[in-house]
Write a protein that binds this ligand. Structure first.
Ligand code: GLN
Length: 194
């Protein structure tokens, strides 16, 4: 089967690795370019996007990853990972960059501070029933989407929190911590289809 990497520079990469392994995927933690070259798809976890950005550049991983994204490698980003996949990031830290690839504008920390974290039921037509139990922890919101990006889910107020564009998938929230495995399953399907 395909080999799926989890970017393991910072954040909750272990939770993603556990979910993917539970779904039967061959999982590898990715910290260097040589490890990236060995995988067929990559999950970028939640954490702190400015730190992931800095470490990716320090480890020489940013350029190869940007190239792999351009090349069509399937990548799923959750929360900070979604920020890393966005072409445009609002409220970024000074000097913060993203890998890009998703034709979207995201705003960091759009739901306020850590203690304003919340969970909600989210309808995701692409995943069917039941709705997704979604945990938001200082997550970003997708403020606008270009013509190539498709919204997969929105909050009741209309704010987009899940998006797909070709081989790229992103969610503002953390399915890996609520026992929700369908996004990972869906992503493994994207990896297998390539
Ligand atoms: N606020 C974080 C950031 O800007 C994201 C939070 C998360 O990944 N849970 O990167």
């Amino acid at each position: 089967g395909p080999r799926v990497g989890v970017l393991a520079l910072q954040g909750d990469f272990r939770e993603h690795a556990r979910v993917l392994a539970g779904l039967g995927a061959r999982v590898a933690l990715v910290r260097r370019a040589a490890e990236l070259a060995e995988v067929d798809g990559l999950v970028i976890p939640g954490g702190e996007s400015s730190v992931i950005d800095k470490l990716a550049r320090t480890f020489g991983l940013a350029e190869p990853l940007i190239a792999a994204i351009r090349d069509g490698m399937p990548v799923y980003g959750t929360c900070a990972g979604l920020i890393m996949l966005a072409d445009t990031v609002l409220d970024a830290s000074p000097g913060q960059r993203s890998f890009g690839g998703l034709d979207i504008v995201v705003r960091r920390n759009a739901f306020g501070s850590q203690n304003q974290s919340f969970e909600t039921e989210l309808a995701v037509p692409e995943l069917g029933e039941p709705p997704v139990r979604a945990a938001f922890i200082r997550g970003p919101v997708v403020e606008s989407l270009g013509p190539r990006a498709t919204p997969l889910a929105a909050l009741a107020d209309g704010r987009v929190v899940a998006v797909r564009q070709g081989a790229l998938l992103g969610t503002s929230f953390h399915p890996e911590i609520t026992g929700e495995h369908r996004f990972h399953e869906y992503f493994l399907g994207m990896v297998g289809a390539r």
